[in-house]
Design a protein around this ligand. Structure first.
Ligand code: HEC
Length: 143
């Protein structure tokens, strides 16, 4: 009986601790993906853009005259007219559908291919990365 009783108490204690640990850790887990948090180019996008796009959109002979290297991407994307469709802007703050960059990422443009291009055409970015671009533009495309 005593042994059983102790096991029971330990189990309850264990559950309590588990719940407390869960409550304490929850904000930490949510922090990284909190939907309300505003994304910034320098903090959330730049590293990805440099990695995925910087080889072709480099300083030396940039494709489509678009330079996306570190320190220059933001100014060359936001509120800048597209060379392919001059009446469109690459990133219209807060307006995903009007942003030509988004059309390129979705592979929906009539001129050229979807981005990023590869040797064999184009490859759509993973959903998680597209989501970062989407949230950043919708949130007002902060620097
Ligand atoms: C393998 C080379 C390559 C990579 C990698 C690449 N691009 Fe491009 N990009 C091009 C070429 C070539 C063009 C022009 C032809 C076309 O649109 O297909 C272009 C055109 C563009 C344009 C149109 C520019 C304008 O002013 O109209 C945008 C926007 C763009 N790229 C964004 C990106 C982004 C963002 C990435 C990374 C996710 C990326 N590109 C990765 C080669 C590349």
């Amino acid at each position: 009986m005593i042994v059983k009783g102790r096991t029971l108490i330990d189990w309850e204690e264990y559950m309590k601790r588990l719940i407390i640990a869960g409550i304490v850790l929850l904000p930490v887990v949510l922090w990284g993906a909190a939907p309300g948090e505003q994304l910034s180019y320098s903090g959330d996008l730049e590293e990805l853009v440099v990695k995925r796009c910087g080889d072709c959109h480099s300083t030396k002979e940039p494709k489509a005259n678009l330079v996306l290297v570190k320190g220059e991407g933001y100014g060359n994307l936001v509120a800048r007219p597209s060379v392919q469709v001059p009446e469109a802007q690459l990133v219209v703050t807060g307006n995903l559908e009007a942003s030509y960059l988004w059309k390129k990422l979705m592979g929906e443009t009539e001129i050229g291919k979807g981005m990023p291009r590869t040797m064999f055409g184009s490859k759509r970015l993973p959903e998680k990365e597209l989501d970062l671009f989407r949230r950043w533009i919708e949130d007002g495309a902060k620097p």
